[in-house]
Every structure is written in structure tokens, then in C-alpha cells.
Design a protein. Sequence first.
Length: 118
Amino acid sequence: MNKLVCIACPAGCEMILEIKNGKVISVKNNKCPKGSTYAAEEIESPKRVITTCVKTDLSVKWLPVKTSSPVPKEKLFDFLAEISKIKISKPVKAGDKIAEKLLGFEGIDLIAGRTIEI
Ligand code: SF4
């Protein structure tokens, strides 16, 4: 028996999973179908949004950034290594796209978390 808390909404259902060969066979205690979807993704292909900072040459030395979409969990360190190579040398606005297609992944861009004028 495996337990997993669904984080798809504040209800936080404590689900009971049956897993076989890395696949979710059944889900119990979920109050809605989103729980099953979340369980399957979390067990079979977990993903995370990366939030971190990149260096700048500007008045503020670090710019908070996040990925526009969750990245495959097994590639987290590859993404962090790629992001660590980025240095910002011109003003940015919150929401600006800092980099596109990180590691070649379509739809995974890097987004500025704040505005830095100079
Ligand atoms: S299973 Fe449904 S009700 Fe329960 S936490 Fe997930 S989304 Fe919310």
C-alpha cells in the first residue's frame, strides 16, 4: 500500500495507491478524478517547476526566475546546470522570457520573476 497526498487542490486528499511495475493500477480515497491524474503523473513521470536565480550585471545582482512549465524531475540537475550559465546584462521586466526551449524542450522557457531597471 502506498500513500500519496494530492496537491491539485487545497482539500489535500490522502490517497491510497496500488502500484505495479511503476504504473498506478488503482487509486482510492480521492474525492475527484483529478486525484487519479495527479497520482499517475507523480508516480509515472513526475515533473517540477524550477524556481531559482540567475546572475546579472545590473544594480540587483540576482534575478529570480522560474520555468514556464514543469520539467521532468529526472532532468532537474541538467536544467539547473543550463540555467546557471545564464547572465543578465540588460534591464528586464517581470514576466519577460529570459531563455527559450531550455535543453531543447519545447514550451519550457525561463521567466523573469521581477523587474530590474538598471
Ligand atoms: S483528489 Fe480532487 S478533491 Fe482531492 S485534493 Fe485532489 S483535486 Fe482536490
